[in-house]
Design a protein around this ligand. Sequence first.
Ligand code: C5P
Length: 292
Amino acid sequence: MGEAAFEAAPAKINLALHVTRRREDGYHDLESLIVFADIGDDLTAEAADADSLAISGPFAEGLGAGPTNLVLRAVAAFRARWPELSPPGLKLHLVKNLPVASGIGGGSADAAAALRIMVALSSGPVPVPELLDLAAGLGADVPACLLSRPLVARGVGEILSPLAQFPQLYITLVNPKVPVSTPDVFRRLRAHDNYPLPALPEPLTRPAQLGLWLNETRNDLQPPAIKLVPEIGVIVDELAEAPGVMLSRMSGSGATVFGLFGSEGQAHDAASQMRKLHPDYWVGTAPVLGVS
Ligand code: C5P
């Protein structure tokens, strides 16, 4: 039986992340400018008698392929919600290229890719608002990953405003290979009522416009994450020295740090420099995915 479907699971990068409120349910309201990079995990599916998952790739080790894996949970949730639209069993294969628990999507991007595969193989149209709802039930970042385009996320991550334009940018990602627990970082957060994101410039077409805007923003999770993993602070400082860098900051709850560039060559140079400084770290570089 041949391959039935393929979906990329691009890395998610929080260019800015402001935590605005701690909610009664323990989650936090936030406002985040999120983009995706053309680098990530790969998910393929072929028809089979029953659902199964196999994982390979540089970061496959230590990642369970059982029913609690977000890929299988996403498939099961889709089947439960739309049994009549769902394809027969799927043999899924995840190539794990990105470090696990690293602030750049990981399991959320994989779950979103699994949902896109289910949509691609479904026997009829799947209503997008309900699909986004189902995605939010799997994890706060899964709705954003489902769209995988530049957007502002609000609420716990489920209220999405896709951007109409976005400049062409390039990103360099550096991870010290220390996994970070998201709940641990949120627990160490001191202030929960920071100011919201400033309004984005419109139209947003030039890197310099975004650079100015980003200077007015933060990742509120960066200080508590640096307390847990001091290497994060070192990488932020090192990437801030890279020629042409617009911004150097941690993504999500860490530990991955990104450098943002208007030039592909400068992003590559920064990646080479970081590989030289830290041969044991994971370093990636890629274009930022645009609006279409
Ligand atoms: O939804 P997800 O599983 O990605 O979230 C992991 C944990 O991160 C949650 O259990 C919660 O402790 C914390 N979190 C939060 N506020 C958010 C997103 C996540 O407090 N907006």
